[in-house]
Design a protein around this ligand. Structure first.
Ligand SMILES: [Zn+2]
Length: 142
């Protein structure tokens, strides 16, 4: 996918980090051209494979937070004690790692639910569907 507006070639369009739920197009800040953006799509237009890829990518985040919290405990142990101290306490490790996974998981799930709800609301709008038709994202039968 191009990183620049296909019309004026001037404005750089930031690449989204991961596949996401949202408008499958981008509007150029400079010339106003609307063009298709394949890294994002409406939930209702995604294939089952894309939906599950999206969920998997989103759920990686809590796991990263869990790993990061272990790294932080490790760093604190090293700086403060020069040896394993906090990491030797299974209950503490479990609650810190579990806590960060659960917290991040809740945030991610709330975000996914919100994005999917907004996506469904957009798709229910006839004007919006019209726009998708013009961009060739929606076929006539849909
Ligand atoms: Zn442009």
């Amino acid at each position: 996918m191009t990183n620049r507006c296909p019309s004026c070639r001037k404005v750089r369009i930031p690449r989204p980090r991961e596949i996401g739920v949202g408008e499958p197009f981008v509007k150029c800040r400079k010339c106003g051209t609307i063009f298709v953006w394949s890294r994002r799509n409406e939930w209702g237009l995604m294939t089952a494979a894309e939906q599950s890829k999206y969920i998997r990518e989103m759920l990686m985040c809590p796991l990263w937070w869990g790993a990061a919290s272990v790294a932080i405990l490790c760093a604190v142990d090293w700086w403060r004690f020069g040896a394993l101290h906090y990491l030797r306490q299974p209950l503490l490790v479990l609650s810190v790692v579990g806590g960060s996974i659960v917290l991040c998981g809740l945030v991610i799930v709330a975000k996914m639910r919100r994005d999917i709800r907004r996506s469904a609301r957009r798709l229910a709008d006839p004007q919006y569907r019209d726009q998708l038709h013009k961009l060739g994202i929606l076929k006539d039968a849909e």
